[in-house]
Design a protein around this ligand. Structure first.
Ligand code: DX5
Ligand code: ZN
Length: 226
């Protein structure tokens, strides 16, 4: 298992002062920036595109930017996000006509590639592509909105995907996204996640450092010294 990564979702940040919000959350101890891209087509919401990613880089953000594409089709946006400074690009298999080709495209553009499984997407979608991936992202809510409740069956799904990753033997990250809070992150870590997205749990609170530290403490308590 790799060191735990906390990736705050800027979906819940104050967009009127996004640069300061990202600086503040990274200064508070977060590792990555989770960047939710929604198109009002694959999901019923509309958010931000490559221009905003580029603006964060120009602002001076050097932390990894974890771009979660909730868009259909996927491929046309991949080079745009790579140029805009994305570090990782994850996408939903339902949104790409040729999943393996899209993974190759992300990697050819110089980014790490991840596949995102919705709550009802079977883990078998990882067959034949797991070894190509740098990360698997399990949605623990239906994609489209922040602030939803964690779907408990995701814990079982995490254990199943953790087994597959361990059997594969490659350093593939297992990320969880949706409804992650200090009071459930320990159980999520124990089920096998090593990368934790949290939006409303962090940006909804006045003291980002206190939340990030309580999350790290809960992960450590549940898994040993990670
Ligand atoms: C939902 C997004 C999430 C969302 C998580 O479609 O992918 O990243 O921002 O928000 P919380 O942590 O509030 O559930
Ligand atoms: Zn997300």
């Amino acid at each position: 298992m790799q060191p735990a990564v906390i990736a705050p979702s800027i979906l819940s940040a104050n967009f009127a002062r996004l640069g300061e919000e990202v600086d503040a959350v990274l200064a508070a101890g977060a590792d990555w920036v989770h960047f939710d891209v929604m198109d009002n087509h694959y999901v019923p919401n509309l958010t931000i595109g490559p221009l905003v990613c580029e603006a964060l880089r120009a602002h001076g953000v050097t932390a990894p930017i974890d771009v979660h594409l909730m868009v259909e089709p996927v491929d046309r946006l991949v080079p745009d996000f790579a140029k805009a400074g994305a570090s990782l690009i994850t996408f939903h298999p339902e949104a790409s006509r040729h999943v393996h080709r899209t993974i190759q495209l992300v990697k050819a553009e110089g980014c790490q590639a991840g596949l995102v499984l919705n709550p009802a997407t079977p883990v078998e979608v990882l067959d034949y592509v797991l070894e190509e991936l740098d990360m698997v992202l399990l949605m623990s809510v239906n994609p489209g909105f922040g602030g939803q409740a964690f779907i408990p069956s995701t814990l079982h799904k995490l254990r199943r995907v953790r087994e597959r990753i361990d059997a594969c033997g490659k350093p593939i990250r297992l990320e969880i996204d949706g409804g992650v809070k200090p009071d459930n992150i320990g159980a999520i870590a124990a089920a096998g996640a090593d990368t934790f997205v949290a939006g409303s749990a962090i940006f909804g609170k006045p003291d980002y450092r206190a939340v990030v530290e309580s999350m790290r403490a809960a992960i450590a308590a549940a898994t040993g010294a990670r």
